[in-house]
Design a protein around this ligand. Structure first.
Ligand code: GPK
Length: 803
């Protein structure tokens, strides 16, 4: 059934893609926006004209979708982050005209790649949580689900990372300074958002979210803050220019910059203003459209029949009291009924069990930003406490449930009471939510809790970024149906014992590694050998993700190679990358350590034909697109129980890397699907860590294990230079010499070191059996189908949204 629809649509695309017409309108656009002759135009001009031409091409379908879905039940994905990355290549892939457009451009001597590289990443997110939202937008459209995205149009995305003398230096990311080819400003849908001390205008910018070759175009609506009144002319006329622009700046400040903390709450007034700003505008938008298109029912009886809001973590939870406020204050609904409507409208996703990420807002800050919402929350809290007391619970027994305690608003509690669904993002994570993080809630309302294991979109993370592997799969399967039903990859298993196929797999990986080596030489100035093992760890820098475990192991390995140059060893290139939150000293120390190890090893001629270390600069979505296809080993080494799911692990797997990972997050499900024997599992499990938590003493490991002692001591031996920043001392201390009441080695780096080292030795030995390796790689690719975000989004739609 699906297949037939798909074929028909594809044909429609090809017919519609009239090459001459496309070329004509492209050149017309180019000249219109530049007032130049074709030959005089720059790459930048050519990029923007291409965006325009594509936006024209999809305009009708986009409007059709908007019109068709006006009166249907829709899901609304509320997220403070959408880490979209670049759009050009992905949009062309989803339109099914990637090759054609490349051809057209080459006919007029335009190199597609140089145009493509002109596009800045839309880095409107920090990491996994934001990228998940972007993958969901792609999958919802591909699965023809009517899902609307609501978020913030940050003027500055996540900072650009530069490495100077081995240290991270943050730079601005004004990604739209030259324009924005993928958004439409919908001035007429602007909303007014009122804070206690300020009133601003919220202007929506709509980005089209294209389904894969299926004519569905969903909308991602991002709000930008602007002054309510453009200019105070009384100041201006009195030559008080500063005062005149002051209000304008104060309004624009709200969406000026994305907070760069991943997994760390930011208790600032401006951050809550950001959250309230986009939630208020979005709720108003939904309510006003409801009134416009459903005017038969101004009583809002049916509001929750047509709207389901998925809250992406705690950041958009303020939308809950905001909906109640709009219903009660602006539409005359009785409080009790407004609460009922609201309870049927919201669903909540949790993304971490780390306490420092669960938001709670001091009463004072809430009163300063949105006093009426605080009043509503207070009432909800009182009702809850009253209900519990009537059930016979003591004050103490009620404490864990209180929405407000010690003058702090606990956002997760607010979301759990007021939502119809609470979900985690991988099996183990959801289990920990039930057993631990939210155990009290789970006891009370078990039916609300459910798991939705994360996924990734195969269009961006394979079809677009790994063309060679993508074509190979289509050829082997005899069809490209797998692009929208990724479980079809399972069909590749029939080649598991076919030597020719396995050699092809190795050849494709080798080609991709050559491409990456070239890119790294150009961008990092380091030459690496594509015949070596590419071992890659890219993700935000965080202690729980344990990049320092990786680095300590590299130090020890380096020393062994120095001592024993003839040691049996398969040349290996260790690649690391990721950003540290600007205020996170220890994460920055880890970056300095990586760069310092790279400097020492890469300059040591005795070993640098066997081992190289690269810290890639400014890791981001578009860099990931080059890294994942080229990896042999995917490092997923978080402390068991700490990584809620991980999604990078899935991108590596889909591209044929073997996972070197702990029993954590979705790694577990990767091992289950592809077979643990086709990957490299190591380290302590959650249960064991829970058991030894109080008695754990990392010094025992340090004294008993020479390799650990060697690696840890090197932090202070003088062999590595941290330029008097005390950064390496800080890493040393956190492992075995804790300061100021901190617990030593909270993330069990030393405990897992030995097993990690042994597993690396195993990898190094087994890699030389190239066919067996390729077989394992193919096993992983063939079983990556479960990790498509198409599967995830369909589960949300079926179990929670009832779309
Ligand atoms: C979780 F809580 C958070 C957060 O603030 N930011 C973030 O990126 C990540 N996450 C988890 O750390 C990952 O394990 C998970 O795969 C991802 O969210 C998506 O669910």
């Amino acid at each position: 059934m699906k297949k037939i629809i798909y074929k028909k649509i594809k044909k429609y695309r090809r017919e519609k893609m009239n090459k001459n017409k496309f070329m004509e309108s492209y050149i017309e656009n180019l000249q219109r926006i530049t007032l130049k002759n074709f030959a005089e135009t720059s790459d930048k001009d050519r990029y923007f004209a291409l965006c325009d031409t594509i936006m024209e091409l999809i305009n009708q379908e986009w409007r059709n979708c908007k019109n068709r879905t006006r009166r249907s039940r829709k899901a609304y994905y509320f997220s403070a982050e959408f880490l979209v990355g670049r759009s050009l290549g992905n949009n062309l892939i989803n339109l099914g005209i990637y090759d054609e457009v490349k051809e057209i451009l080459s006919e007029i001597d335009i190199d597609f790649e140089s145009i493509e590289n002109f596009e800045d990443d839309a880095a409107l997110g920090n990491g996994g949580l934001g990228r998940l939202a972007a993958c969901f937008m792609d999958s919802a459209a591909t699965q023809k689900l009517d899902m609307y995205g609501y978020g913030v149009r940050y003027r500055e995305g996540l900072f650009k990372q530069k490495i100077e003398n081995g240290f991270q230096v943050e730079g601005g990311d004004h990604w739209i300074k030259d324009g924005d080819g993928w958004s439409i400003r919908v001035e007429s849908d602007s909303k007014i958002v009122k804070f206690r001390d300020q009133t601003v205008k919220a202007v929506p910018y709509d980005m089209p979210m294209l389904g894969f070759e299926n004519e569905q175009v969903n909308t991602l609506r991002l709000w930008q803050a602007e002054p309510f009144e453009e200019f105070d002319f009384s100041y201006f006329n009195n030559f008080q220019y500063d005062k005149a622009v002051e209000e304008k700046n104060r309004a624009e400040d709200i969406t000026r910059v994305l907070y760069p903390n991943d997994m760390q709450r930011e208790g600032r007034v401006l951050r809550l203003k950001q959250q309230y700003f986009f939630c208020s505008a979005s709720i108003q938008d939904m309510v006003s459209k409801y009134k416009r298109y459903f005017d038969h029912d101004l009583q809002f009886e049916d509001f929750s029949k047509y709207h389901i809001i998925q809250l992406n973590d705690t950041h958009p939870i303020i939308a809950i009291p905001e909906l109640i406020r709009v219903l009660v204050d602006e539409n005359g609904i009785e409080f009790k009924r407004a609460v009922e409507i609201t309870k049927n409208t919201f669903a909540f996703t949790n993304h971490t069990v780390l306490q420092e990420a669960l938001e709670s807002w001091p009463k004072d800050i809430m009163l300063e930003v949105c006093p009426r919402c605080f009043e509503i929350i207070k009432k909800l809290n009182e009702n809850l406490v009253k209900e519990f007391k009537e059930k016979g619970l003591s004050e103490e027994a009620i404490d864990p449930y209180r929405i407000i305690r010690f003058d702090q608003v606990r956002m997760a509690n607010l979301a759990i009471v007021m939502s119809k669904s609470v979900n985690g993002v991988a099996k183990l994570h959801t289990q920990i939510l039930k057993d631990d993080t939210f155990k009290n809630w789970y006891k009370l309302m078990p039916e609300k809790f459910n798991n939705k294991t994360n996924g990734i979109t195969p269009r961006r993370w394979l079809v677009y970024s790994n063309i060679k592997l993508s074509n190979f799969i289509t050829e082997k399967l005899g069809s490209d149906d797998w692009k929208y039903d990724l479980t079809k990859l399972k069909g590749l298993e029939k080649y598991l014992d076919d030597e020719k196929t396995l050699e092809e797999i190795n050849q494709i990986k080798f080609e991709n590694k050559k491409d990456l080596a070239k890119y790294i030489l150009e961008n990092e100035g380091i030459s690496i050998n594509p015949n070596s093992i590419f071992d890659i760890q890219v993700k935000r820098i965080h202690e729980y993700k344990r990049q320092h475990l990786n680095l300590l192991h590299i130090i020890n390995l380096y020393h062994k190679l120095k001592k024993n140059p003839d040691m049996d060893f398969y040349p290996t290139t260790f690649i690391l990358g990721g950003k540290a939150a600007p205020g996170y000293f220890r994460a920055k120390a880890i970056i300095k350590l990586a760069n310092e190890i790279a400097r020492v090893i890469n300059n040591d001629e005795e070993v640098n034909d066997k081992i190289k270390v690269v810290f890639v600069n400014n890791y981001r979505v578009s860099y990931g697109e080059k890294l994942f296809p080229a990896a042999d080993i995917s490092e997923q080494i978080s402390t068991a129980g700490k990584e809620a799911s991980g999604t990078g692990n899935m991108k590596f797997m889909l591209n044929g890397a073997l996972t070197l990972g702990t029993y954590d997050g979705a790694n577990i499900e990767i091992f289950e699907n592809a077979g643990v024997e086709n990957n490299y599992l190591f380290g302590a499990k959650v249960e064991e860590l829970n058991e030894i938590y109080d008695s754990y003493n990392p010094k025992e490991f340090y004294y008993k294990n020479e390799d650990i002692k060697d690696a840890v001591d090197t932090l202070l031996s003088g062999e590595l230079n941290d330029n008097d920043s005390y950064m390496f001392l800080d890493i040393y201390n956190c492992l075995i010499n804790p300061q100021g009441g901190e617990k030593a080695d909270t993330y069990f780096v030393l405990k897992d070191f030995e097993d990690y080292k042994k597993t690396h030795e195993k990898i190094n030995k087994e890699y030389s059996d190239r066919l067996t390796w390729a077989r394992k790689s193919l096993k992983n690719i063939a079983n990556a189908g479960y990790f498509s975000s198409d599967r995830t989004i369909l589960e949300y739609a079926k179990d929670i949204w009832k779309l």
